[in-house]
Design a protein around this ligand. Sequence first.
Ligand code: ADE
Ligand code: ZN
Length: 363
Amino acid sequence: MTLAPFAFSTPTPHDPAIDAMVAALPKVSLHCHLIGSVAAQTVVELAAKHGVSLAGRTAEDLYDHHSYADLGEFLRVLDVVGSVIRDVDDFHRVTYESLTAGGAAHGVLYREIQLSPPGHPDVPYPRLLAGVVSGMRAARADTGIDSRLVVGINRERSGADAVALVEEVVAHRIDEVVGIGLDYAEVNGPPGRFVEAFQLAARHGLERTAHSESGPPAHIRTLLDDLGCSRVDHGYHVVDDPDITARCVAERVPFTCTPVSSDIGRYSGSGDGTHHRIREMVDAGLCVTIDSDDPPMFGTDPTHDFRVLSHALGYGRDQLAQLTFNAIDACWLDESDRRDLRARADTVVAGVPDRHTTLEDPS
Ligand code: ADE
Ligand code: ZN
């Protein structure tokens, strides 16, 4: 099947050798939110279908990604997107589009989709699951992309709400759901509030991750010791604390970094395109993975995030491929599926020219 990839307009230097390399490299996606990955045109069509007003916004200006003043402002747009995804067909459609044009077309072999049930307040969880799972199956049948689900707790709500969500996940347990996460604004929901929900998830064999974007390095200790997380989403402030950094290196704790969204959102403290925290994390020996977070909402896609790192940090094929291998180590597949995924990725990498390889005819 031929897929037209979603295309975005974030300016970046033009270099055909880098473009060819980053397009061809295999990707493994551990930090991509379903609500954040809906194409603007799809939002407009679903809003019309359900009679939801977008206050005059069109597909062209719905995602004005440079106008998010902070995470809160971005999250309010995310809530609008969540509100137009309502029936089983909608969930099927957004999942399918995100995994195919937004994933497989960029060389994504496998994704653990971050779902946010609280972002669809009027949708019963079983309905959401039915549409998402059928979208996952159709995407796999058409493109080969495999996927699993991570159910996100909204940290701006109470600890009791979080427990109730985990109870619902457990009551409707399916193999596709491999873990839980913790998203929305860290300033409004410190991780310690969610110990009970995470312990409940652990007792039911669910893996655990949580966002730590703006919070202090001490939050990472809470994630590991109290919430039992085996991964950290973002986690840029780890490098502010040498002891926690050393521990995370020794324990090979994965950090799912998202260069473009974090730069625009300034979660990494820079916002200047240098991606210096990601460089520091890699140089410190941390297990870093790369993804797009909320791709169209931040004007990015899986290929573009690799491209940006190649330009900003000078990474070539082997360094970028290592980020994919890290994600394979960090993913929540069982060992035999993980080995198969690694074999697929190795095969693809072997056929990718490095950025120094000239594509021009030397004659
Ligand atoms: N939900 C979607 N994207 C998010 C992000 N970057 N941080 C927190 N919650 C999110
Ligand atoms: Zn995120």
